[in-house]
Ligand binder design. Sequence first.
Ligand code: GAL
Length: 851
Amino acid sequence: MIIEESKMRGVRFVVFLLFALNTVSFCFADNVTYDHRALVINGKRRVLVSGSIHYPRSTPDMWPDLIQKSKQGGLDVIETYVFWNLHEPVRGQYNFEGRNDLVKFVKLVGEAGLYVHLRIGPYVCAEWNYGGFPIWLHFIPGIVLRSDNEPFKAEMQRFTAKIVDMMKQENLYASQGGPIILSQIENEYGNIDSAYPSAKTYIKWAAEMATSLDTGVPWVMCQQSDAPDPIINTCNGFYCDQFTPNSDKKPKMWTENWSGWFSAFGDAVPYRPVEDIAFAVARFYQLGGTFQNYYMYHGGTNFGRTSGGPFITTTYDYDAPIDEYGLVRQPKWGHLKDVHKAIKLCEEAMLATDPKTTSLGSNMEATVYKTESGLCSAFLANWDTKTDATVNFNGNSYHLPAWSVNILPDCKNVVLNTAKINSVTAISKFISQPSKDDPSSSGASLSGWSWINEPVGISSQSAFTKTGLLEQINTTADKSDYMWYSISIEMNGNEHILKEGSGTVLHIDSLGHTLYAFINGKLIGSGKGSNGNRKVSIEVPVTLIKGSNKIDLLSLTVGLQNYGAYFDTLGAGITGPVLLKGSQNGSTIDLSSRKWTYQVGLRGEELDLSSGSTSLWVSQPALPTNQPLIWYKTTFDAPTGSSPVAIDFTGMGKGQAWVNGQSIGRYWPANKASNGGCVDSCNYRGSYSSNKCLRNCGKPSQRLYHVPRSWLQPSGNVLVLFEETGGNPKQISFATREVESLCSRISENHPLPVDMWTSDEEARKKAGPTLSLECPHPDQVITSIKFASFGTPRGTCGSFSHGQCSSKQALPVIQKACIGSRSCSIGVSINKFGDPCKGVTKSLAVEASCV
Ligand code: GAL
């Protein structure tokens, strides 16, 4: 008996082991191929939804949560670029630590049961410094980047092979049992390749090189219509429904569906309405697409000096479904989750056959996926930008709002309309943390400030003198944003330009990106470029003195160019001319070809002030404010709780900031967006473009800067700033990112929530449209209902008001159903609330808060 029992245990253990192995994904090799419809994994075509998360734009601490939120949002795949200049800052010296830990990131995605699309590039664009290229490439003799050039190809191949080998060694390709099902080589070269005479040969070489690395999974090239077989050419854009690959053996894939857009210092902040994204996604799957990727799903933060541009902001929020701080952005995240579920309900039919599209009238069409075995799914689209329609399809009538798609998993019942949102809306806010002086404060507190002046002009032993004006990137090799151009000129006292009323000006032409001009130690003028035009020219009145006059020009880069043909050769800095211009003929002095003294970087950088150590910090006498070129330091306690933290740099000009020695990026609240072009509410109907929907006009492009929680300790954190133009650090404050309210608004003619999908007509009628609320955190409950109205409520989340008709019962019914629970669902019907206005289509609108 005893032997039998232990045998049984053994059997149970083996059964358990088999079960366990089966549930842990990626233990067995997957065979990934493709055909004209889809990627084929282990012999099965797949409809896949993917989203971009760039690992260095968040911290390893944030990765698991971001990946979970992606999975919950309905993603199957996480896409990331590989950032060459992070991994190989010096040729042959690699860094895969911390935020650069690519292997860890890929493994975490795999452990969550998701696939990876690894876009190695190694040119990546991505609003990333120099498009991801290490600057040392630029200094290799004879190199021509992104072309059929031996020195470049050797480096590109070496790095690509290095990454592929690393992944192979860790068994991370699907062919080895890992999560990587796809890889990309190059990036949108087709957009600019006409400028490169050797483009065709280069692309052929890149394709062969990539294929020869034998990853066992397919390669793609995006925006490359001539991508050689077997590489799949894919589409990037706001819409890709009209795209077709370059062979009828390749599937229709969308590698970048821009979920919003990046922001630049000096520009307003773009956003993209979710109704339009949902429309674009549904249209793509409607017309035969089977793989699409949100660029970005989580945009994150350009920490340090990683942002490109020039002038890309430190935030890379992108209006993505997960915000910069890692909170889901609602209703964007939730509505797209519903769209993914709706599309997955059609997956079987979509993959079993090719789509058949017929017209439903002007600007309308129906696509049907129908198999002989009786599977049938359909998409009905109306791309008219104004007119809602009622269409007839298969003998039934359907309401089809303008710029929307109805999804019918059974070719009869609508599970989702892209313009009708069932998801909750959330208002996320930055809550200012009161200062320490406030006795009720439990938030962050800054203690006293100390400072160190940064000298104007040359202060380093490493300064050097050269005749003529030097290009900046060739000189700094991007070791620093800063470069001094200094010169002294002697005036004997008789020059016309010295005379009072002579109208003398200092004229400077620079390739960019920002410059400050000092004469005899005083800031006399400054200039800045913009994302659209990086060049700077200034002309400022000067007063010169008899004797020696010191001219110190501080030139700055604000992230190196990342896009365009030959972007790597654009250059920066004061290449001239530099003139002292007098009003009288012949009085102008051209300083361009004189002897200049140069210094790369600041003294404070040489002294490593960013770490906060050194004994040079002073705190007496009074704190200097509004003074250019000054380092500030303080210590602070972290805001209590676990909400994400930001520093509000209101009151400061431009500079860089570090928390406990970690660079949180460039700050520039003084750079404001112009006043025009913003819209209060953006009409999602009609083609989106990056300047269609803008916010923040007249305000700083970026005021708040993310400080990852994992960089903070409860108290004694060190904040160091380098301020370039002058500000008052006492105005700096902390904020935490919190969800303030949840809202939902559902009408009587909304489809049922996707989760309640059933093709049983009776059951659907019984259930009817339903309003659901859920607090974001599992340990929260709904504590109050701020607003509830059933009838014709007006306004949007945060500003709802009762309309002409409203039921008295709405508030008590909702309170009863929701208060004290994490989530609640209420049918939107007159059975629940009575009928306050017969014959009118009514809606239920609710605003609630969670604690
Ligand atoms: C694409 C590029 C991406 C990114 C995007 C804009 O053209 O492939 O890397 O730069 O534009 O955010």
